[in-house]
Design a protein around this ligand. Structure first.
Ligand code: PMV
Length: 336
């Protein structure tokens, strides 16, 4: 097809250590609090997205991991509408075929949509510049703007009503803290029950704890976290990361009806890491959970073998469900 244009991009996943939860403007995707994340390297977890544009396409279509999805969803269409309006006559009358493959569980609270939308961002960046394109991809996934940079990245909530000061900026480059590793414990690869979009809306409407989080807690955690990262202070980093994750999930439970993203296994992982750190007399690992049951551990490279052997001991990796449960019951040993 002569008019067809196609490109493939890869974008990494980012995992927040101070989480974004709640929008003050649903159209511009402006958050009620700033957030901060680490971007994983693309050889670990990433989304690879091929985008084709053609006038001969009858409608927009989307495939994720080889399965066709509904391409009429609000998030995707808002994002594509924004792209159309920015690119103007060059793509008038065209439709998109988007094919995205993740090398990790999709929609299981592991920032898969952020990586997917960040791919769209990389694709269009050549026209717009990295700052402007953030506004477009945020229509798909707010946290995607943080995947546009490597290292540790913060998304400043900003104050202006037009959102022009609500942007992601790099806090430190990839090279700053190379000893920091990320372990992902996949508790479930099922799609999450409550999407982050609807979860945030309900929390904003019903949770008083969220108001405290956004107005009092997060501003303090953001300052402390930036200092911890700048100084490569793992002890401070670990404590803030776990406290933020705990408080975020407390907000989810304070939401009405309540949202429980973490399951029993997630809570057992929290206990394991807590007991392990207590036993060692210092933080050796810290956990964080996004909108799903899967655990993300930030660990210094020197401690990875020890942490991995503890995790594999209490949660043996196997496809066999019965052995998996067996593994979980072994967990009671850890308290002794
Ligand atoms: O980017 P969204 O709209 O899918 O929301 C992401 C929300 C969390 O992952 C829970 C937190 C975060 O800051 O990444």
């Amino acid at each position: 097809m002569a008019d067809r244009k196609q490109a493939t991009c890869i974008a990494p996943v980012n995992i927040a250590v101070v989480k974004y939860w709640g929008k003050r403007d649903e159209n511009l995707i402006l958050p009620i609090n700033s957030s901060l994340s680490g971007t994983l390297s693309t050889d670990q977890m990433c989304a690879k997205t091929t985008i084709a544009i053609s006038k001969s396409f009858q409608r927009d279509r989307l495939w994720i991991n080889g399965k066709e999805q509904d391409a009429t969803g609000k998030r995707l269409q808002n994002c594509l509408r924004e792209v159309r309006s920015r690119c103007g006559s060059e793509i008038e009358g065209c439709h998109y075929h988007i094919c995205s493959v993740n090398n990790f569980p999709t929609a299981a609270g592991l920032a898969s949509s952020a990586a997917g939308y960040a791919c769209l961002g990389e694709y269009f960046e050549y026209k717009e510049g990295i700052t402007k394109i953030q506004f477009t991809i945020r229509q798909g996934s707010g946290s995607a703007c943080r995947s546009m940079y490597g290292g540790f990245v913060k998304w400043e909530m900003g104050n202006k009503s037009d959102g022009s000061d609500s942007i992601a900026v790099q806090v430190t480059p990839e090279s700053h803290w190379p000893e920091m590793e990320v372990l992902i414990l996949v508790v479930s690869d099922k799609k999450k029950g409550v999407s982050s979009t609807s979860g945030m809306q309900t929390s904003v409407k019903t949770s008083k704890l969220l108001k405290y989080r956004a107005e009092s807690l997060v501003p303090k955690l953001m300052t402390e976290m930036e200092t911890a990262i700048q100084q490569k202070n793992y002890q401070a980093f670990a404590e803030i990361t776990m406290k933020d994750s705990n408080q975020f999930h407390a907000v989810c439970l304070d939401t009405y009806p309540p949202i429980a993203y973490m399951n029993d296994i997630s809570h057992k992982i929290v206990q394991l890491i807590t007991h392990f750190n207590q036993y060692c007399g210092e933080y050796k690992a810290c956990y964080t959970f996004d909108a799903g049951p899967n655990a993300v551990l930030y660990v210094l490279a020197k401690d990875v073998p020890q942490i991995l052997s503890a995790v594999c001991h209490y949660f043996p990796c196997t496809e066999n469900h019965d052995s998996y449960i067996q593994g979980l019951s072994n967990y009671s040993d850890v308290k002794e």
